[in-house]
Write a protein that binds this ligand. Structure first.
Ligand code: SF4
Length: 746
C-alpha cells in the first residue's frame, strides 16, 4: 500500500518468539525504517514487544555474516558459496564413505522452530543423515511436556494449552509470560490476555520462587521451592480426591486410569509436602478448592516445571489436575488447538499407535532416545569418548549450545576435538567459532514465514503467511537451498543432481504418503493431479500449500472448493481467523486405547523416585534461571536497543541470604556448583524467595573467538558454567537448569 513514491507499508509475522505477532513494516527507499504492531492482525491486534520493534536491526546487523566463512587454524576468511560447499563435501567425505553415519552429530537450536523453511526441511535432513546422534534445544527446556503428552494423549505434539480468552482461573507454575510472551502456548499479547482475565472477575495465581512481573500482576503469588511443583500438584490432586471434588464427567467415557491416580496421590497430603514446597497446607487446599470451584480453570506449567529432575512427572501432573477438575478439553480449560496445516482424519476411529521412547540408547551413558533425539547434556561425552560410533563431526543449525546447554565449558573443550564441524548460522558466536565452515542464512526479512510449530500451540485457531519483505543479497541462497544441499550430500547424490530434483522428490514423498493413507480424505487420489494443483509453488511454499489444502480447513483439492489454500492465505496479509478452540476429544487421541491415559506406568516409577528425593534434605542455596522481555535465549544480544541500559546479567538474592553471606548490593561474588564456577555482581531484592538465587541464561559473550561487537560489550556470564550435564529428567533426558545447589563466596 504505497503512501508516497518511495514509502511503502507491508505486513509480516514476527519470527522472534512463540507469540507470532503481526507486524506492520514501513519501507523507505527499499529499507525497513519502522516496525509497529499490525492493528488489523487477526490474532495480535496491534501488540508488539521491544524485540519485534527492532526486527529490522537484525537485518542491518553488521556482524550478520553475508558470505560463507572458512576457518584456517585460528583465522577466518570469507569464501564463495562454491568454495564453501566444496570444503563441506571434502570435510564430510570420510564419514560418508564409511558406513558409520553415527559419527556425524546434528544439533538444532531453538530458532529452527521459528523458521519456516527449517521447520519443513529439517525432517528430510535428519532422515537422510541417518545418524542416531541428533540433539536439539528441546532437551534444554521442553521435551518433558512432549513426553507427558505422548504418554497421556498418544502423540508428543498433541499438547493442550490454556484457553486464556475464556478461562476464569489460571494457575501458572514456573512461567513468566509477562517477560517471555508465552511458551508452548502461543498467545500474542499474553500480558493483555492475563489482564482481561482479571478484568472479567477471574483470577490469575502464580507459583514461583521469584516474584516475577507475572507474579506482580497476579491475584495471588506464592513462593515455592525450586523443583517441588510435582509435590504441590500431587497434594492438590490428593485434596481433590479427599474432598470428593473430582469432576471428570465431560470425558469420563474416554478416560482410563482414574482409580490408579487416586491410589498414587493418596500419600501426598498437603501436610506431607508443605515444608519441602515452602507452602502452607492451607494455601495448597485453598488453590485446590479454587480450581475445582471456578466455572472454568486451567493449570499452565512451563520452563520452571520442565527444567527440573522431575520435569515429565510435573508436566503430567499439570494435565492430571486439568482432568480431575473437569477442565481438560473444555472452553476456558486446557484445550487442543486445531491448526490449518494439521493432519486431518475426520472419519478415523480414535486412537493410534501411541508413543514410545528408548528405541535406541546413547553409546556412552545409555540414555534413551526420545522423539528421535538424545539429551544434549551427553553431546560432550559422545565427542570425547573413543570407540565405535564416536562423534567426530558436527553440524549445528541456528544453535549456540556452548551458551545454552549444561556445562558449556566442557562442551567448548569437546568441540575443539572434532575432526570437522559445519554451522548454518548468521554469526560467528561462542559455538560456531569452532566450526570449519559457517554457512550464513538470509536475514529474517529476506525469507517468507508461516509458523508450522506454533499454530499447533495457539490459544485461537489462526493462520498467517508472510512473503519475504526484502530481496536476498546477490549470491545468497535461501535457507531451503542450504538445507537441500545438505540433504543431497547426505543422500549420496553428487552436485550433478539439481536441487530442484531433490525438492521434487521430497514433495512427491509427502503427497504419496497422504494419498496412500486409508483414513486420509485424499486416499486414492491421483498424485500427478495433486502435484499439478500445487503449481507454481515450490520449496517450503509447495509443502505448505499441500498441508493447508489437505488440512481440516482446506479445499481438499476440489472436495471443498471454499476451503483454504496458500493462495487464499497470501491474499490475507493480516491472517485468517479460524475461530476459538473447540473440544477435540476423542478425535485428537492417538493412544492405542483411544483414551486419555491418566496413569501411565512410567509415572508410577517416577513417583517412587520422587518419594526418595522428597526424603532427602533440600540444598541450603539453590540457583534458578530467569527471562527478560528484551532477551530471547542468546540470540538477540548483538542488538544495541535490546542490551543497552543497566546490566541485566546479575545474581538476584534475598536480603537475608545477602546478610548471611556478608554481601552488599553490587558486589561481585563467586558462585560455585559441581560443574564449575563464575563471578557475577549481585542484586539484593526481596522479590527472591529466601534460599534461592537467580541468574539469567544466554549470556557469556566474552570469548575471543566470537565476533559479535555489541554482545562482546555486554558480555554477562554464562549460567551454563554452573549447570550439570549429568543431571537430567529421567523419562525425557531434559537438562536440569533449576534448583542447582550452589555456594557463594564474597
Ligand atoms: S512478543 Fe514475540 S512475536 Fe510478538 S513482537 Fe515480541 S518477539 Fe515478536
Amino acid at each position: 500500500m504505497p503512501s508516497s513514491a518511495s514509502t511503502t507499508t507491508t505486513f509480516r509475522t514476527c519470527p522472534l518468539c512463540e507469540a507470532t505477532c503481526g507486524l506492520k513494516l514501513t519501507l523507505e527507499e527499499g529499507k525497513v525504517t519502522r516496525v509497529e504492531g499490525d492493528p488489523d492482525d487477526v490474532f495480535s491486534q496491534g501488540f508488539l514487544c521491544p524485540k519485534g520493534a527492532v526486527l529490522h536491526h537484525l537485518h542491518n546487523d553488521p556482524d550478520w555474516l553475508r558470505a560463507p566463512q572458512i576457518r584456517e587454524g585460528s583465522t577466518w576468511r570469507e569464501a564463495s558459496w562454491e568454495e564453501a560447499w566444496a570444503r563441506v563435501e571434502e570435510g564430510f567425505a570420510p564419514f560418508l564413505s564409511s558406513s558409520n553415519r553415527n559419527a556425524i552429530a546434528l544439533y538444532l537450536g531453538n530458532p529452527n522452530v521459528h523458521n519456516f523453511s527449517n521447520s519443513i526441511y529439517m525432517r528430510p535432513l535428519i532422515k537422510t543423515l541417518r545418524s542416531r546422534n541428533l540433539f536439539t534445544a528441546s532437551t534444554v527446556d521442553q521435551i518433558p511436556k512432549h513426553v507427558s503428552s505422548g504418554l497421556m494423549f498418544g502423540h508428543p505434539r498433541i499438547i493442550p494449552v490454556p484457553d486464556l480468552d475464556r478461562t476464569d482461573y489460571l494457575l501458572i507454575l514456573g512461567a513468566n509470560p509477562m517477560a517471555s510472551n508465552g511458551s508452548l502456548c502461543t498467545a500474542p499479547d499474553f500480558p493483555g490476555r492475563l489482564k482481561k482475565i482479571l478484568q472479567r472477575g477471574g483470577k490469575v495465581v502464580v507459583l514461583d520462587p521469584r516474584k516475577t512481573r507475572t507474579a506482580k500482576l497476579a491475584s495471588e503469588h506464592h513462593f515455592i521451592q525450586p523443583g517441588t511443583d510435582p509435590l504441590f500438584l500431587l497434594a492438590v490432586a490428593h485434596t481433590l480426591f479427599a474432598e470428593e471434588r473430582i469432576s471428570v464427567e465431560n470425558i469420563a467415557e474416554h478416560l482410563a486410569g482414574l482409580e490408579q491416580v487416586k491410589a498414587w496421590v493418596e500419600p501426598f497430603s498437603p501436610e506431607s509436602v508443605s515444608e519441602r514446597c515452602g507452602l502452607s497446607p492451607d494455601s495448597i487446599r485453598h488453590i485446590a478448592r479454587a480450581l475445582s470451584e471456578a466455572s472454568s480453570a486451567a493449570v499452565y506449567g512451563r520452563i520452571g516445571t520442565c527444567t527440573t529432575p522431575f520435569g515429565t512427572l510435573t508436566s503430567w501432573l499439570v494435565d492430571v489436575v486439568n482432568v480431575l477438575t473437569g477442565n481438560l478439553d473444555q472452553p476456558g480449560g486446557a484445550m487442543f488447538p486445531k491448526s490449518a496445516h494439521s493432519r486431518h482424519r475426520p472419519n478415523a476411529a480414535p486412537g493410534g499407535r501411541g508413543f514410545r521412547t528408548g528405541r535406541w540408547s546413547s553409546r556412552v551413558s545409555q540414555k534413551p532416545e526420545v522423539m528421535g533425539e538424545l539429551p544434549v547434556g551427553i553431546l560432550a561425552e559422545e565427542i570425547e569418548t573413543a570407540g565405535e560410533d564416536q562423534v567426530r563431526a558436527l553440524i549445528t543449525v541456528a544453535g549456540n549450545p556452548v551458551l545454552s546447554t549444561p556445562n558449556g565449558e566442557r562442551l567448548s573443550r569437546a568441540l575443539k576435538q572434532l575432526d570437522f564441524m559445519v554451522s548454518v548460522d548468521p554469526y560467528r558466536n561462542e559455538t560456531t567459532q569452532y566450526a570449519d565452515v559457517i554457512l550464513p542464512p538470509p536475514t529474517p526479512l529476506q525469507h517468507s514465514h508461516y509458523d508450522i510449530a506454533f499454530y499447533d500451540l495457539a490459544v485461537r485457531n489462526v493462520a498467517n503467511y508472510s512473503s519475504a519483505t526484502l530481496p536476498r543479497d546477490e549470491n545468497q541462497p535461501c535457507e531451503t537451498d542450504i538445507l537441500l544441499h545438505l540433504i543431497r550430500l547426505f543422500s549420496g547424490q553428487d552436485s550433478s543432481v539439481p536441487l530442484s530434483f531433490v525438492d521434487d522428490f521430497i514433495a512427491m514423498q509427502l503427497v504419496q504418503g497422504e494419498i496412500g493413507a486409508e483414513d486420509s480424505p485424499l486416499s486414492g487420489r491421483d498424485m500427478d493431479e495433486i502435484l499439478s494443483a500445487l503449481q507454481p509453488h515450490r520449496g517450503a511454499e509447495r509443502v505448505l500449500d499441500f498441508l493447508l489444502r489437505a488440512g481440516p480447513y482446506g479445499d481438499g483439492f476440489g472436495a471443498n472448493p471454499d476451503g483454504l489454500t496458500l493462495n487464499k492465505l497470501m491474499e490475507a496479509p493480516h491472517g485468517i481467523d479460524l475461530g476459538p478452540l473447540q473440544p477435540r476429544i476423542p478425535e485428537v487421541l492417538a493412544t492405542p486405547s483411544g483414551k486419555v491415559e491418566l496413569a501411565p506406568e512410567s509415572m508410577g516409577e517416577e513417583l517412587t523416585r520422587l518419594q526418595e528425593w522428597h526424603n532427602k534434605e533440600a540444598p541450603s542455596l539453590q540457583l534458578i534461571g530467569r527471562r527478560h522481555l528484551r532477551s530471547n535465549n542468546s540470540w538477540l544480544h548483538n542488538l544495541s536497543p535490546l542490551v543497552r541500559g543497566k546490566d541485566r546479567c546479575t545474581l538476584l538474592i534475598h536480603p537475608n541470604d545477602a546478610a548471611d553471606h556478608n554481601i552488599s548490593d553490587g558486589e561481585t561474588v563467586t558462585v560455585k556448583a559441581r560443574a564449575g564456577s563464575l563471578q557475577v555482581a549481585v542484586e539484593v531484592t526481596d522479590t527472591m524467595m529466601p534460599g534461592v538465587v537467580s541468574l539469567p541464561h544466554g549470556w557469556g559473550h566474552n570469548q575471543a573467538g566470537a565476533s559479535m561487537q555489541v554482545a562482546s560489550q555486554h558480555p554477562g556470564v554464562n549460567s551454563n558454567l554452573l549447570t550439570d550435564e549429568n543431571q537430567m529428567d529421567r523419562p525425557s533426558g531434559n537438562a536440569v537448569l533449576n534448583g542447582i545447589p550452589v555456594t557463594l563466596q564474597k
